[in-house]
Ligand binder design. Structure first.
Ligand SMILES: Cc1cc2nc3c(=O)[nH]c(=O)nc-3n(C[C@H](O)[C@H](O)[C@H](O)COP(=O)(O)OP(=O)(O)OC[C@H]3O[C@@H](n4cnc5c(N)ncnc54)[C@H](O)[C@@H]3O)c2cc1C
Length: 406
């Protein structure tokens, strides 16, 4: 049996951040990380397409919290303790140059997640944090005031433990045995599968759009870049819907309809009025040939053809019905979603430990003293953009503060 002051279960983003900060706060502590894999930080390695989108350039706590479909309310307080600006400073102080991209995502200047991993490994080594790889934690329980941990390679004990095991069903089951409620996991951050003539030959085209779930029961809409892919639709506008609708869309078995407004800011009537104006001002021009409203040319063409307007038709030829059709295709196009696909840059699971059971000042379990939880093990997840790591850093930092106190 090996004994430590603090044991972190899970060598991922939240686990490393907790261990390093606890050691920095109190260098006298004996700290270990137990990781089931042969390597640590494997998810971080592939994150952000291998570049690791560490956080996001949103520096107002309230605004930042709005990016968390689950965790919005609970993270607001913690963000006042440690958030995006602190994350940047933390890494920069350790020699990692960061850059903010146009859309607000923050990456290491190296564009290589290995820089972050190297930083963590340097820190753990210099602070004498012991990292045990290939140690699968099989059970943990409190015995005579200490946490007793069984792994595939021997037993450990510790005063305080942190569960940073991400979305791992076995660990959630162990937490259930300890009385915690686990909100059933469902995927978040996915793209929509859509087979449709209007977008079939357009993969790679991106445009601003408003997207709404067509349902009386689900009131969800988003605005942002929409990317047409080989499978259907992706891009921030779609991913936001997938995150906010994670639970509702799972209930629909990912079979539902969406309404796409390709002209954000315009409503149906306004579009129809504009089309009527074109009918008189551009009378002799062919409708298909001249894309309007700055829409990508090929998308415009497909929407025109879908409105039962043949090639060669001029604006003057359009009848009332065709004008109506076109305005519908532009401002209220219905698409049938039939399943989902994984978004490769970043994907997360919605679900995990019920947030009511966690003290968000310290990230300690309200049910068990000296049991801390951070990262994806909690029922917290965000939209894409670096917010999921920010949750891991914030939780890790605040837990470390509490855990390193005597
Ligand atoms: C492909 C991909 C790309 C992503 N890109 C980004 C991005 O760019 N920006 C962003 O903000 N978020 C991104 N995310 C989300 C982000 O990676 C997670 O939110 C984050 O890693 C969660 O950190 P964590 O420490 O909670 O869990 P993890 O990083 O998953 O770490 C958990 C660790 O616990 C270990 N473990 C589990 N069970 C046991 C056990 N029984 N015993 C011992 N160890 C165990 C696991 O092996 C793992 O190493 C991405 C996710 C994926 C899948």
């Amino acid at each position: 049996m090996q004994h430590f002051d603090i044991i972190i279960i899970g060598g991922g983003a939240a686990g490393f951040f907790t261990a390093i900060n606890a050691a920095e706060n109190n260098p006298g502590l004996k700290i270990a990380i137990l990781e089931r894999g042969k390597e640590v930080l494997t998810k971080l390695k592939i994150s952000g397409g291998g570049r690791c989108n560490v956080t996001h350039a949103e520096f107002v706590p309230k605004e930042l919290s709005l990016n968390y479909p689950r965790g919005e309310k609970e993270l607001l307080g913690p963000f006042h303790g440690f958030m995006t600006g602190d994350t940047m400073e933390w890494f920069q102080k350790r020699g990692i140059e960061l850059k903010i991209e146009e859309d607000g995502r923050i990456f290491p200047v190296s564009d290589d997640s290995q820089s972050i991993i190297n930083c963590f490994l340097r820190e753990t080594e210099s602070r004498k944090i012991q990292v045990f790889k290939s140690h699968v934690v099989q059970n943990f329980q409190k015995k005579e005031g200490l946490w007793d941990i069984k792994t595939s390679k021997g037993d450990f004990s510790a005063e305080k433990i942190m569960l940073a095991t991400g979305s791992n069903p076995k660990m959630w089951n162990l937490l259930k045995k300890l009385g915690h409620e686990i909100i059933e996991p469902v995927p978040s951050l996915f793209t929509f599968n859509i087979q449709d003539e209007r977008i079939k030959d357009l993969p790679g085209i991106a445009t601003e759009a408003e997207v709404k779930i067509k349902s009386k029961k689900i009131n969800l809409e988003s605005k942002g870049p929409l990317l047409i892919t080989h499978w259907g639709m992706s891009g921030p506008g779609i991913l936001k819907l997938s995150a906010w609708g994670a639970r509702d869309l799972e209930k629909l078995n990912y079979q539902f309809e969406i309404l796409v407004n390709w002209l954000p800011g315009f409503n149906l009537e306004e579009v129809l009025t504009a089309l009527k104006d074109f009918k008189s001002s551009l009378a002799k021009q062919q409708v298909v040939k001249n894309a309007k409203f700055d829409l990508p040319k090929r998308l415009w063409k497909n929407l025109v053809l879908a409105s039962k307007i043949e090639e060669g038709t001029t604006w003057a030829d359009l009848n009332k019905h065709q004008l109506q059709n076109l305005s519908n295709q532009l401002a209220r196009a219905v698409f049938k979603v039939n399943g989902k696909s994984t978004f490769k840059e970043e994907f997360v699971t919605a679900g995990g430990v019920n947030l009511k059971e966690v003290d968000f000042k310290t990230f300690e379990s309200k049910l068990h003293k000296n049991l801390f939880l951070a990262g994806e093990v909690l029922n917290i997840d965000a939209i894409t953009g670096g917010f999921n790591f920010q949750n891991a850093w914030t939780g890790g930092f605040l837990a470390a503060k509490a855990m390193s106190k005597d």
